[in-house]
Each structure stands twice: as C-alpha cells, then as structure tokens.
Design a protein. Structure first.
Lengths: 169, 105
C-alpha cells in the first residue's frame, strides 16, 4: 500500500511539472501552432491526473473531447485565420499590459494558495475508490437527468449558432 | 496523496490561464487560455469528488458528472468562440482582440 502511494506521488509530481511547464509555454509561445501543441500536453496531463484520482470515464472523455476534437478545432481556427506559421511577435499585448497581467496572476495565486492551505492543510484522500463508468452513467441518468437533457439542447444551439455565424452568405 | 496537491495544481493552472487571457492579444490564444482555466476547475471538481467518495459518506459521483458537464459546455464555447473569431477575421482581416473597438466611439 505504501509503495503504491509513493508511486502515485512520484507520478503526480512528474506529470504536474510537465503540465505547468507546458501551460507556461501555451501562454508565452511566439508561434500559434506551437501553442496549440503545448496545449495538447497540458490536456493529456489533466487526463493522467484524472486517472490518478480514479476517475477513468472522465479521463477517457478528456482525451476524446479535448485532445481529439477541441485541439483540432483550434488548429482549424489557426488555419482559417491565415496565421503566420513561423514566429509572430504580434501575439502579445505591449509590455506594461503583460507586467500587469503577471502581477494579477501572481496575486491571484497568492490568495488562492493561502486560502487552500488554510482550509485543507495536510488532509489525505484516504483509500481511493475507483468510480466505474456504470456508476457515472447511473448518476447522469437518474440524479442529473434534467441537466443532461438541457446540455444536449445547449450543444444543439451552439452547433446551429456556430454554423450561422461562420457560413458565408 | 494530499488533497492540496491537486488543488494547488488547479490553482497554478488557473493563474497561468488568467495571465494568458490578459496578456495575449490574438483571439485564438485567448480562447486557449480559457481552456486552461476550465481544465483547472475540472481538476478541482474531480479532486473533491474523489475526496468525498473516499470519505465515510460513501460513493458520490457529483464531482465527475459536473466535470463532464463542464467539458460539454467547453466544447460548445470553443465552437461558438472560434466562429466569432472567424467572423471578426473576415470583417477586419485581423484577430487582435484590442482591434475590436467599434463601440468605443
């Protein structure tokens, strides 16, 4: 049990370090396509963290929906707006705005880190329970049936809206 | 594993996403930063779901179901958002978000 815990911790920290580096590269890259590819690394890392949290169905959905569909959509967006494929210095706001943004980010992290540490300190997860796909579907189709139906209508509305906005008349 | 490990990872990703939204001027990159923020929130939801399931209260799937809803809404958001970016590009030949200032007078 202890060996498993150590392995989980090592896996967490390795994946988390990769994710943080990749996320910083997403917001600092000077090449649009590179930013999209770094985003793939972050999203795959998130899926791996879901596996560590024993949420298998959400991890698979993350890979299918984010890495499979949303990143492809981003690449289409980059292609259709005829972005420069090489380095592009015009992707960021001027330096004062970037410094302000960085200050806001650090300040926000300070507040969140303080409150998180204040609330949970060293709380452990206890024995992780694997939540199987069947249980997830039971929850969706019983407790959360109405929100599920609402979200299908929302997706339909977004689909029609995107088509109406993007089509050429 | 500590609950705080995952919560801190979510907080770091969230702040990087906020920085990206504020510092980038390309519309597509702003949307990517929003995805970072949504993923940070999802990590928190799954972590709290796992914490609840491991506690004495017994299995509870609310965290995972909420994360799935967030993923679905994010997909809809990216679809409509990229359609908007495309429309702005078609009308103004640029997707710099600070160029869209027609209402500024």
């Amino acid at each position: 049990m202890l060996a498993l815990l150590v392995a989980q911790n090592i896996a967490f920290y390795v994946i988390a370090a990769v994710m943080v580096v990749a996320a910083i590269r997403v917001v600092t890259a000077t090449n649009l396509v590179h930013a999209a590819l770094w985003l793939v690394m972050v999203l795959s890392g998130v899926a791996a963290q879901y596996i560590l949290l024993a949420a298998e169905f959400v991890a698979i959905t993350q890979v299918l929906v984010y890495v499979g569909a949303i990143v492809v959509l981003f690449l289409f967006g980059i292609m259709l707006t005829r972005a420069k494929t090489g380095r592009d210095e015009d992707l960021d706001n001027p330096l004062p705005a970037k410094i302000g943004a960085g200050a806001i980010g650090v300040l926000l992290f300070g507040v969140m880190a303080y409150s998180l540490w204040d609330a949970w300190r060293g709380d452990e997860f206890g024995d992780m329970v694997v939540q199987r796909t069947g249980q997830v579907s039971d929850a969706i189709f019983s407790t959360y049936l109405v929100p599920f139906e609402v979200i299908s209508v929302l997706l339909l509305a977004a689909l029609i809206g995107a088509i109406v906005l993007a089509r050429r008349d | 594993m500590l609950v705080n490990q995952f919560l801190f990872l979510g907080a770091i990703l969230f702040c990087i996403g906020v920085y990206g939204v504020l510092a980038r001027r390309n519309g597509v990159l702003v949307l990517m930063s929003i995805e970072l923020i949504l993923n940070a929130v999802n990590i928190n939801l799954i972590a709290f779901g796992a914490m609840w399931s491991a506690s004495d209260a017994g299995p509870n799937l609310s965290g995972q179901v909420f994360a799935l809803f967030v993923i679905a809404v994010a997909a809809a958001e990216v679809g409509v958002g990229l359609a908007l970016v495309l429309l702005i590009y078609r009308n103004r030949q640029s997707i710099a978000v600070d160029d869209v200032d027609l209402l500024k007078g």
